[in-house]
Ligand binder design. Structure first.
Ligand SMILES: Cc1ncc(COP(=O)(O)O)c(C=O)c1O
Length: 447
């Protein structure tokens, strides 16, 4: 039995017979998704999970950014059980119940901006983004959208139109929603302007803003743009932290043209960066926010929170059967309570420490080109050499695989990066243990 307090993984028989059995059934019957490693979980607590063959591993992916409170946090589990006994579903879209209304009140309070807001509930990140697209179209009457190269906003057809991080997401799916224009994101480490964004952050921000204005003055009438979608820290695109001023300048540009700035916090929200929302690190109040993943510690739910004046105002313009599911709302309320009681502070503290350890790896090893992130949303970019900055996805994958064999579950992001996103309840000892494993995996990969 695991407790979640283990300070080291323990590998006895990785990908044993039990794991193989599940994997072969899965491969036969489940649609191809994005499977990364043969990890087959039996039980998970906090940062730790036991697989079906008795191996004990650390999950530094948080189920891809979902279990910020740790796997199966007892307070969240208790809230789910209690709600399940009351009722599982009652069509919150058509009728009323307490937890749905209370969670909306809480989200309005927690999101930046002291103005009247409305909450739309969906079931996945992509659905929150779809709702944001429709809200922006409906309320502004405008048709165009802007988003960033490297962005990931989901895979349903509207959200996919905004996504631009890997060709595989879009191949064979054209046509997607027309009217979306992508512009470069201010990636300080590598960008099409050839600017070193760590040395010259303002120059990089100006290059991007000027580029957007150039687009406005040549082919996208700014007064026909409904919204700009942005991730305050790009997630799937490689955990890219923009220069400090970028979001302020972007907000200014959006406001000048009456465009909504929609902040996608689906991966970066709910305390991941040591604040409730990543955008709080940049001192900007966006017009609207999308959230999902960590919102209910693993029970599917998402939301788009936007100004009340931009609400649909007519019944039936947008809705979904399971939106605001009571069990998910109860789990989300418990999640918020757990995060509010010291867990976000822990993310800031442990994140700073993990960031230092990753920076040390960048200084020490030629193939660690860049270490970046805020709080417990960190990544390293693996390259052939620091000088060439040439990406090395093969070495990246080898590091991830070697780490797995030693008991540390990691996940790539971007073209050649590895993300480090443990649950926010992680301890310093667990980070040390994980970073030691990572260092061994890097050394072995370098040969
Ligand atoms: C920033 C961002 N937006 C949207 C999504 C889509 O969320 P989902 O996979 O729940 O549809 C993701 C998923 O990784 C994401 O990271």
């Amino acid at each position: 039995m695991i407790t979640g307090n283990e300070i080291k993984p323990k590998i006895v028989n990785l990908v044993g017979e039990n794991a193989k059995e599940v994997i072969s059934k899965d491969e036969k019957y489940i649609a191809t998704t994005t499977k990364a490693l043969p990890a087959v979980v039996k039980e998970a607590k906090g940062v730790v999970f036991e697989d079906v063959d008795g191996n004990i591993l650390f999950d530094f992916t948080s189920g891809v950014g979902v279990v910020n409170t740790g796997h199966s946090h007892p307070k969240v589990v208790e809230a789910i059980k209690k709600q399940a006994e009351r009722f599982l579903h009652f069509a919150g879209t058509d009728y009323y119940y307490d937890v749905e209304a209370e969670l909306a009140r809480k989200l309005v309070e927690l999101t930046p901006g002291n103005f009247d807001k409305k909450v739309y509930y969906g079931n996945s990140g992509a659905e929150a983004v779809e709702a944001a697209i429709k809200m922006a179209k409906w309320s502004t009457g405008r048709k165009f959208f802007m988003a960033f190269i490297g962005a990931f906003h989901g895979r349903t057809m509207g959200a996919l139109s905004l996504t631009a991080s890997k060709p595989v997401h879009k191949q064979r799916f054209f046509p997607w929603m027309p009217g979306v224009v992508h512009v470069p994101y201010p990636n300080p480490y590598r960008n099409p302007f050839g600017i070193d964004g760590y040395e010259e952050p303002d120059e990089l921000v100006n290059a991007v803003i000027n580029y957007m204005e150039y687009v406005f003055s040549h082919y996208v009438p700014a007064d026909e743009v409904a919204a700009i979608f942005v991730e305050s820290i790009q997630g799937e695109g490689g955990y890219i932290v923009p220069p400090k001023n970028f979001l302020k300048e972007l907000y200014k540009l959006a406001n000048e043209h009456g465009i909504l700035l929609i902040d996608d916090e689906i991966q970066s929200g709910f305390g991941r960066t040591g604040k409730w929302w990543a955008i709080e690190h940049f001192g900007v109040t966006p017009h609207a926010i999308t959230m999902a993943k960590a919102m209910a510690s693993g029970i599917p739910i998402s939301a788009c929170v936007y100004p009340a004046e931009n609400d649909f105002k007519v019944k039936g313009a947008h809705s979904t059967t399971f939106g605001g599911n009571p069990v998910a709302c109860a789990a989300s309320l418990a999640t918020i309570e757990v995060l509010s009681n010291g867990v976000i502070e822990n993310a800031a503290k442990q994140g700073e420490y993990m960031g230092k350890r990753l920076k040390e790896l960048e200084e020490k090893y030629e193939i660690v080109g860049d270490a970046r992130g805020i709080g417990l949303m960190q990544a390293t970019e693996i390259v052939k050499s620091k000088e060439s900055k040439e990406i090395d996805p093969k070495a990246r994958d080898e590091i991830v695989e070697r780490a797995f064999k030693k008991g540390l579950l990691l996940l790539g992001c971007g073209e050649s990066a590895i993300r480090y996103i443990p649950p926010l309840v992680v301890t310093r000892e667990q980070i040390d243990s994980a970073m030691d494993i990572l260092e061994e995996a890097i050394k072995e990969t370098m040969g």
